[in-house]
Design a protein around this ligand. Structure first.
Ligand code: WT7
Length: 673
């Protein structure tokens, strides 16, 4: 976790979920060994010509026609890239396209009607398979129903749902009628739902009665209802009945039952609306440095082309594959690589509702074996948990159907990489370590599995056509081996177009303009630290802003701090990430109470409860540390780096510039207790 390093070197990442030691492995890792993809993989890979990097370079930006060509356009685009209003770039302008048509109709029309589109595994062991024909049928019915409820083109529909098939169905139904969706992760709290609905001015909500977690039924509707009470505008709600009789719920006014709506519109056909390439496909709220989440806007033509292209080139997905991305659709990974990318390519995409360790710790491997999964994509936090549980779980299952593995969300330490390679991939599957963000729409830095060698711990070179560089605090180049800021110098089709209703924040948060005699250059800052090696491989070091990455989930420290300060009796709070061997980072909250308040257990519970109410259980602090003071510089700035060192149990850095150096020792002691 790197949080501030203006002008200084960020520390090396220290996460290490190692349990699988052994001298041989240590030696291999120390030698920085690299791996070539197996010949058999290369031969069949969608992309296996190393020339692709040069081809894209020489032919930029027209090279991106290769991505756009993966889609079926209603109207051909006239221009690949328009940059006259940079950094408000526009891609494939003049083109018209529909995402639902590309993910459904065209496969049905070309012989894919009976091919499985979604294979869903419920937590209780139920399964459902939707063929492309089935999926289109239900999407059309629900799209008609949404229209009947009043949803018009460009109305934002909020989807607050867990991993049930109705979520992608609702996404595609929205896409079909040109209504952007805004999916809110089901684990987010009622307040978080309300904030996002208000920010997007969304008058429609699709949610469900509940879902299962470790065998227990959770009441989701209660949370949705509570959230709705905080929404300013009137809202029409649709409720999916996931739990049947397990949880009776009242629909109430302005609420409709999903099954009834679909039944009433069965057999309906809806023309997929012709959308301009630059029309919004969806909004996705993500955390930033302020307390207010950012509404990242993605478009129909550029985003979908990019999702399809990266699924094809990096995940090597083919229509006949069974592909499984074990993320949640509530995050961008699920949007791009469970729903849009794989369905645009006409493959079979798996969805799993439950957790990896229920009922047993081999649940994922059981599902992988049962479904003969070809490609598996997950997060390092999950891999570290698998390592901890032990190799006996994957060893008890036949995983030989696998051809390719992927990871995303946070840096993967070489030891976890190696474990994944050996114990899940059987030493025969390439691994793609894919760096990207909600804002980038799709993968940006990774090896191409049919082309490049892999180096455990380094994501890889930028993808063809992507110009990523590591720079110092003034934008100059950084020598290989040294840390700096990651930047992206050229636009790409999957990029966010703006922050919803906030063009100024879009520019301020992400872009810097450099001018020289020839031209102005806009540079994108992802807010990650990185270093480059001699071969052009990039190792990501972690966030350089006040965002922490907990189990691959992005949380804004300001959002958590404002939740804590909202608790009665709290005067001030500082939240940082501390190392955690499974989660990568854990939330550490340093709290100053108001005079006369006692640091009791019940105060701690109220603080934790306050965070859960404002954001959700994912943001729950691992530790709440009461302190009379926070370490501050003479100008009054909280020294977060010191708080991070304390949380990670590291040697404390320089304290002499502090106004109150003595407080550091006190805090360190109370954390150590
Ligand atoms: C942040 C973006 C991309 C979907 C999931 C997260 C970190 C992401 C990697 C990787 C090292 C990574 C970065 C990035 N990150 N992938 N392969 N190696 N770090 O999306 O919530 O927008 O978070 O996740 O810090 O900025 P997100």
């Amino acid at each position: 976790m790197v949080s501030i390093f203006m002008g200084e070197q960020p520390p090396e990442p220290t996460t290490d979920g190692g349990t699988d030691s052994g001298e041989e492995l240590e030696a291999r890792l120390a030698a920085g060994e690299s791996y070539d993809p197996p010949e058999s993989f290369v031969e069949q890979a969608n992309v296996n010509d190393p020339e692709i990097y040069e081809e894209f370079e020489e032919n930029w930006p027209d090279c991106w026609e290769r991505a756009a060509d993966l889609l079926t356009w209603f109207e051909d685009y006239e221009t690949v890239l328009e940059d006259d209003d940079a950094p408000f770039y526009r891609w494939f302008t003049g083109g018209e396209v529909n995402a639902s048509y590309n993910c459904l109709d065209r496969h049905v029309e070309t012989g894919g009607k009976n091919r499985a589109a979604i294979k869903w595994e419920g937590e209780l062991g139920e399964t459902r398979t939707y063929t492309y024909g089935d999926l289109l049928y239900e999407v059309e019915a629900f799209a008609t129903a949404l229209r009947d409820l009043g949803v018009a083109e460009d109305d934002v529909v909020t989807l607050y749902m867990p991993m049930i098939p109705e979520l992608p169905i609702a996404m595609l139904a929205c896409a079909r009628i040109g209504a952007p969706h805004s999916v809110v992760f089901a684990g987010f709290s009622a307040d978080a739902l309300a904030t996002r609905m208000n920010a997007a001015d969304s008058e429609y909500l699709v949610t469900c009665d509940g879902y299962y977690r470790r065998g227990d039924a959770l009441n989701h509707k209660e949370k949705a209802d509570k959230g709705l009470r905080g929404v300013e505008q009137d809202v029409e709600t649709v409720i999916v009945d996931r739990l049947g009789d397990e949880l009776n719920h009242f629909l109430g006014e302005h609420a409709h039952d999903y099954d009834e709506l679909v039944r009433a519109h069965e057999g309906a056909s809806v023309e997929p609306v012709s959308r301009d390439a630059e029309d919004m496909l969806f909004l996705m709220y993500t955390s930033g440095t302020t307390g207010q989440p950012k509404g990242v806007k993605h478009t129909t033509g550029g985003y979908l082309s990019y999702a399809a292209w990266t699924t094809h080139a990096v995940l090597d997905v083919k229509p006949e594959d069974t592909y499984w991305c074990a993320a949640d659709i509530g995050w961008i990974t699920g949007h791009s690589y469970i729903v849009y990318g794989p369905l645009a390519l006409g493959t079979t995409t798996m969805m799993y509702e439950g957790t990896p360790d229920y009922p047993e710790k081999d649940r994922l491997w059981e599902l992988l074996e049962k479904n003969d999964v070809d490609i598996f994509y997950t997060a390092p936090t999950a891999i570290r948990a698998f390592m901890k549980w032990g190799k006996q779980y994957p060893e008890g299952r036949d995983l030989s159907s696998l051809r390719l593995l992927g990871t995303v969300g946070e840096p993967i330490n070489p030891r976890a990489w190696q474990w994944y390679y050996d114990h899940i991939g059987g030493g025969e599957c390439p691994i793609v370590d894919t760096w990207w963000q909600t804002e980038t729409g799709g993968m940006m830095i990774t090896t191409l599995p049919g082309v490049g060698e892999m180096k455990p711990g380094a994501a890889g070179p930028p993808l063809p056509g992507i110009d990523a560089q590591v720079v110092d605090a003034v934008g100059g180049p950084v020598d290989p081996g040294n840390a700096g800021y990651l930047t992206v110098r050229r636009p790409w089709p999957g990029m966010l177009r703006t922050l919803y209703n906030n063009d100024d924040r879009f520019i301020n948060e992400y872009w810097r303009e450099y001018s020289d005699e020839d031209a102005d250059e806009w540079v994108y800052f992802p807010e990650d630290g990185a270093k480059l090696d001699e071969d052009g491989y990039i190792t990501i070091l972690g966030r350089v802003d006040d965002v922490i990455n907990v189990s691959g989930h992005r949380l804004g420290t300001m959002e958590i701090e404002s939740a804590i300060v909202g608790v009665d009796g709290v005067a001030e709070a500082a939240v940082v990430g501390g190392d955690h061997d499974v989660k990568g980072n854990a939330v550490y909250a340093y709290v100053i109470l108001e005079d006369g308040q006692d640091p009791t257990e019940s105060m701690r519970d109220r603080i934790v409860g306050g965070v859960e109410d404002a954001i959700g259980p994912i943001a729950r602090p691992e530790a709440v540390v009461f302190t009379p003071e926070l370490p501050k510089t003479r100008s009054g700035k909280i020294m977060r780096r010191l708080l991070e060192d304390i949380a990670s149990g590291e040697e404390l850095g320089e304290t002499s510039t502090l106004r109150n150096p003595e407080v550091v020792e006190d805090i360190a002691e109370s954390v150590g207790e």
